[in-house]
Design a protein. Sequence first.
Length: 262
Amino acid sequence: MTLERTRARTGPVAAINPVAKLGAAALLTVPLVLTLDPVSAGVALLLEFALFPFAGLGWREFWRRTWPVWLAAPLTALTIALYGETSGRVLLELFVVRVSEGSLELAFATMLRVLAIALPSVVLFVTVDPTDLADGLAQVLRLPARFVLGALAGLRMVGLFLDDWRALELARRARGVADRGRVRRFLGMAFALLVLSLRRGATLATAMEARGFGAPGRRTWARESTFGRREWALLAVGAAVGGIAVVVAVVAGTWNLILGPG
């Protein structure tokens, strides 16, 4: 484990209840989803970058975790710029491609909104442990225990699926059946993994039932999931970022409610 990953696991955000992280992400995301303008997304993004250092995440780890977002945002903007709704002066027209001033503005606003929504979500959930999240969902939000524990068990199996896929690939190579027909090989391995997953899932379900995970009545938990001042503070920060972004956009006259009539 590197030093930066250790910092991420021991930073001030790491010890906060995952339910609060879910809530903060929702409070920040909902205002940005309701509008499509560069001002609200840009203000939210600036505030987020001012808060990212307090997450205890090193910059190298930050870039390593968020590079898919930085790749997806410009690609999304490019698609909208080329094929988005035409408005204003047309700058380029070639077959089905039509680039206008309005489509460029829409593409820029969309790129900022993708960054403002996705980056804090990645930063907040880098330190989330699946077991802690399940404890919070069941104890704080009072979700059904059977649903939570089943989802946790399924999530824990994802790593095993990846290991099984690599083992299947090595086994087929050792038998000399993995040199040709990539599509056929992929379909065969996918079917084999499906069969293996069904068998493992049935075994896991039987084991969980035998240990009383499906028993009726109120169950006990090995670890208590608490929700205190740190969690409420994180929720307040998420609401403040979203609220400030909305207020600035309204004052600047760029607020564009995309769910409104017309």
